[in-house]
Design a protein around this ligand. Structure first.
Ligand code: SF4
Length: 355
């Protein structure tokens, strides 16, 4: 173990750590919840969600017993909804197969749904003080700069190498504190664009500082190709101000959330040119296009969505006929739509919708 670096990191953490509600707790349920919420999410954005979840589901058993729709609704706005579904499924497994207790080792935790090496290491070290390093984006950055590791961190094999590098630093007595310290150091001090090298306690040991390579490390060759998708939403409302929505079932983004009738095509089109028998029927039913929205852009990790809404008003009878064509379309009052779990782009549209 490189004692000097470890002690300096722990000392830095002692003086600089942020006061966050999931710090210094040993409850694996709360640790797990915070780690799942914070994946791909900034602390400031994740904080209110963590508090909402703890209030609604104070224990893993309460979370397991909740309807999935309720879990998705509370998750609304965080994105990556598969995380919420895995969270719920994992809570059920812990409740039903482990009598409400999270397994107490890294290896056993890895067997649970939605728990990868990072989350397993966080729970095992924070809750059970197991000497196992956490390796997240912050840790990759600190270690690559400190030791001059030039392996591309987007390569799957990189994890093992950085895990071994972290093992050189993690102490047996305080693995929990060390893991928190190195992550916090990456988040607050050794930051991506403006690391505070001049005031850095690790300066003397740092390869990147010595060679002026802070901007080059870590090496991250982005291989993510962004797919463009064009969503045409048909928002159909009836004379008695009910609105047609459906639950997304298939394996795609937003599974389990509610949206409107959707036609996807390779470019943005108008209702007249869209190749959809349902839309052609809609146009034949004396429906009135009361509003065509601007085009919204919505960025996901691997996809860019171009979204347009076409609001049609129809007679009650026409709505019933359309529902016979697509039975999964359900009628909701405006108040009821507020209770449904929805993607943010749908929620924002409904918030402004005038009937
Ligand atoms: S000297 Fe700079 S690059 Fe090196 S660990 Fe410190 S902040 Fe990071």
């Amino acid at each position: 173990m490189d004692n000097n670096i470890t002690l300096k990191l722990l000392n830095w953490y002692h003086h600089n750590q942020r006061d966050l509600p999931w710090r210094n707790i040993r409850d694996p349920y709360r640790i797990w919840l915070s780690e799942i919420i914070l994946q791909q999410t900034r602390v400031q954005q994740g904080l209110p969600y963590y508090e909402k979840f703890i209030e609604a589901f104070p224990t893993v058993q309460v979370l397991a017993a909740a309807p999935e729709q309720e879990v998705l609704r509370l998750w609304q706005g965080l994105g990556y909804y598969s995380r919420a579904r895995n969270l719920h499924s994992c809570a059920k497994t812990v409740t039903e197969q482990h009598r409400g207790h999270f397994p107490a080792s890294y290896k056993e935790l890895l067997k649970l749904k939605g728990i990868g090496p990072y989350t397993a290491a966080a729970i095992a070290s924070f809750a059970f003080k197991e000497k196992v390093p956490v390796v997240d984006g912050n840790v990759y950055r600190v270690l690559s700069r400190l030791f001059g590791i030039t392996t591309d961190i987007t390569q799957p094999s990189a994890y093992k190498e950085f895990f071994s590098a972290a093992l050189r630093l993690i102490p047996a007595e305080q693995p929990d504190l060390f893991n928190q310290a190195i992550m916090e150091f990456g988040a607050m001090h050794c930051t991506p664009y403006k690391p505070l090298c001049l005031y850095c306690p690790l300066q003397e040991a740092c390869y990147a500082y010595e060679h002026g390579l802070q901007k080059e490390l870590p090496v991250k060759k982005s291989r993510i190709k962004v797919k463009q998708r064009y969503f045409h939403y048909f928002v159909i409302s009836s004379d008695d101000e009910k609105i047609l929505m459906r639950r997304r079932e298939k394996k795609d983004i937003w599974e389990g959330l509610y949206d409107f009738y959707l036609v996807e095509s390779g470019k943005m089109e108008s209702p007249e040119t869209i190749n959809s028998p349902f839309v052609q029927q809609l146009l034949l039913k004396n429906s009135i296009l009361v509003n065509e929205s601007a085009e919204y852009r919505h960025q996901l990790t691997h996809q860019r969505l171009h979204v347009k809404f076409f609001h049609f008003k129809c007679s009650n009878q026409a709505v019933q006929e359309l529902r016979q064509e697509i039975p999964e379309l359900e009628e909701f009052t405006p108040e009821e739509t507020g209770e449904l779990p929805k993607p943010v782009v749908i929620k924002n549209y409904l918030d402004k919708l005038i009937f």
